[in-house]
Ligand binder design. Structure first.
Ligand SMILES: Cc1cc2nc3c(=O)[nH]c(=O)nc-3n(C[C@H](O)[C@H](O)[C@H](O)COP(=O)(O)OP(=O)(O)OC[C@H]3O[C@@H](n4cnc5c(N)ncnc54)[C@H](O)[C@@H]3O)c2cc1C
Ligand code: FES
Ligand code: FES
Length: 478
């Protein structure tokens, strides 16, 4: 196990030995590290919580066929060990060797895409990742890529124009020319796990599930992270010193995907942006919900396992997993077990997971042809917002139009994601018609006692929950 990390920056391998650094700790964010380097201060801190995109950088990762995949991420939520073995690209790296601006920078100049310039480095890095995607993005794709970048003064039209002008579908630039060399440097960084101990912190990044389970058993008070998009806020907002972290983002097994005709099993470490591609065709309800999950910079890091692990009452995936009848696969040194998504969460941020258990994967059974599944997220903004109320509904009807199976799962209506059991019981065996659904709407008030908070009043939540059921009926009545 190594106690230092290594990554590629400015075309060289950079090593950080935490024993020798008086300023850097394993939970120093990549943003704060870069702000300490005089030649990389283009990156900005706006919110330090993943909401503004001013800190956007691009991380290059070696793929199995030795190409490099570029992802825009928020550096304010990334702990330094998370870039171990990766390429770190900042706005200062974009200029072409001839001294010319990179095509995305030039397009921003030509379209007058910047005024005060505070947001500009982050926007340019988002555009750079889009450019390296190598396709000609549609208007919607450009909007989606930029949803995590706020600009207070320019107005978005020139920025959208710059994106459309720059992304020519080729993605060629000096990074393409250097790719083989960078791949070699990345390949030279040992793939072993790392274990960093400083006076007040320990940070382990095991390379295998077995190593991880051993550590969890030995150090039961440690905190598991994967993307850390949730956990990092404890450092950046609450200034907590997290004493012992087990970071499982390096474990290949957690990123595996398997399946067949009956089900799809997605590893807990698969990122939300990757989950979207996996479920786009066969699990459209889940895909739909994930299109309004945070913004691309977060989806590029956040994992499915982390979303379940938070057990947030307003987490986006859990209601949908309930509607699809998903199972969560847990493993400890004692063995492996499957838990139904609807019995996994047991209270406010309380789950059935034992301290020595790792969330390994989610198994999604493929729905029968008769199943109708829809998902809804009610939030103040469409993009980059947390749900006020969310819902995932499934109804199976028999040949006579009677309800043979129904799941009505809600987020934001209780201390945890919960099914509307009285409404479900009432509708089971009934004809799927408006009269019955209106009766069931009344029972939703019995199933939930929502609270009022900054996102919405209890009354708003109650009305939204009732109306979502009616909307579902009107969309599925056949
Ligand atoms: C700006 C912003 C916007 C967001 N928007 C949304 C949104 O729209 N919808 C939404 O649902 N969430 C949202 N989130 C919350 C967060 O991004 C998600 O919950 C995300 O999926 C967490 O994944 P992660 O890998 O980053 O988890 P981490 O932060 O690494 O971990 C989260 C929790 O899960 C546990 N955990 C992680 N992996 C495992 C594992 N394999 N086994 C056991 N426990 C594990 C951790 O111990 C921790 O308690 C947002 C967060 C931010 C900062
Ligand atoms: S500083 Fe706002 S997203 Fe990172
Ligand atoms: S140019 Fe001023 S915030 Fe975007």
């Amino acid at each position: 196990m190594k106690s230092s990390i290594a990554f590629v920056l400015d075309g060289k391998v950079v090593e950080i030995d935490f024993d020798r650094s008086s300023q850097l700790t394993p939970t120093t964010t990549v943003l704060n590290y870069l702000r300490g380097l005089p030649q990389h201060r283009g990156v900005k801190e706006g919110c330090a919580e993943g909401d503004c995109g001013a800190c956007t950088i691009v991380v290059g990762e070696l793929t199995a066929n030795r190409t490099i995949e570029y992802r825009a991420v928020d550096s304010c939520l990334l702990f330094l060990p998370m870039i171990h073995g990766k390429q770190l690209i900042t706005v200062e790296n974009l200029q072409e060797l001839s001294g010319k601006l990179h095509p995305v920078q030039q397009a921003m100049v030509d379209a007058h895409g910047s005024q005060c310039g505070f947001c500009t480095p982050g926007i340019v890095m988002t555009l750079f990742a889009l450019y390296k995607g190598g396709s000609r993005p549609s208007k919607d794709e450009i909007g989606d890529a930029l949803a995590g970048n706020l600009c207070r003064c320019t107005g978005y039209e020139p920025i959208l124009k710059a994106a459309a002008a720059a992304c020519d579908g080729q993605g060629r630039d000096h990074f393409s020319a250097d790719e083989a060399g960078i791949a070699e440097l990345l390949g030279s960084i040992a793939p072993d796990g790392i274990s960093i101990s400083t006076e007040s912190q320990r940070y382990d990044q095991p390379a295998t599930v077995n190593e991880c389970l051993l550590l969890m058993e030995k150090l039961p008070d440690s905190l598991i992270v994967n993307g850390a998009t949730d956990v990092a806020l404890r450092v950046t907002k609450k200034f907590e010193n997290l004493h012992h972290i087990i970071d499982c983002s390096r474990i290949a097994e957690l990123r595996s995907v398997s399946g067949g005709d009956r089900s799809l099993t997605i590893g807990a470490g698969v990122r939300i942006s990757e989950v979207m591609e996996l479920v786009r065709n066969d699990f459209p309800g889940l895909y739909q919900m994930l299109t309004v999950f945070a913004a691309r910079q977060i989806r590029n890091v956040a994992t499915l396992g982390g979303n379940i692990g938070t057990a947030s009452p307003i987490g986006d995936s859990l209601p949908v997993l309930m509607a699809y009848g998903a199972e969560i696969i847990l493993r400890s040194r004692r063995g492996t077990r499957h838990v139904k998504a609807d019995s996994f969460v047991q209270g406010y941020r309380k789950t059935d997971r034992q301290p020595d258990e790792l969330i390994m994967a989610v198994m999604l059974p493929r729905p029968s042809a008769s199943a109708r599944i829809q998902t809804y997220k009610v939030s103040k903004r469409r993009d980059l917002d947390i749900a006020t109320v969310s819902a995932a509904f499934r109804v199976d009807l028999d040949k006579q139009g009677m309800v043979s199976d129904i799941t009505l799962a809600y987020g934001g209506m209780a201390a945890y994601t919960k099914r509307a059991s009285s409404a479900e019981a009432f509708l089971s065996g009934k004809h799927w018609d408006r009269k019955q659904v209106e009766e069931a709407q009344n029972l939703i008030d019995k199933d939930f006692s929502p609270i009022s908070d900054v996102r919405g009043s209890a009354e708003f939540r109650r009305i939204a929950a009732r109306n979502l059921l009616l909307k579902f009926w009107s969309e599925t009545k056949g």
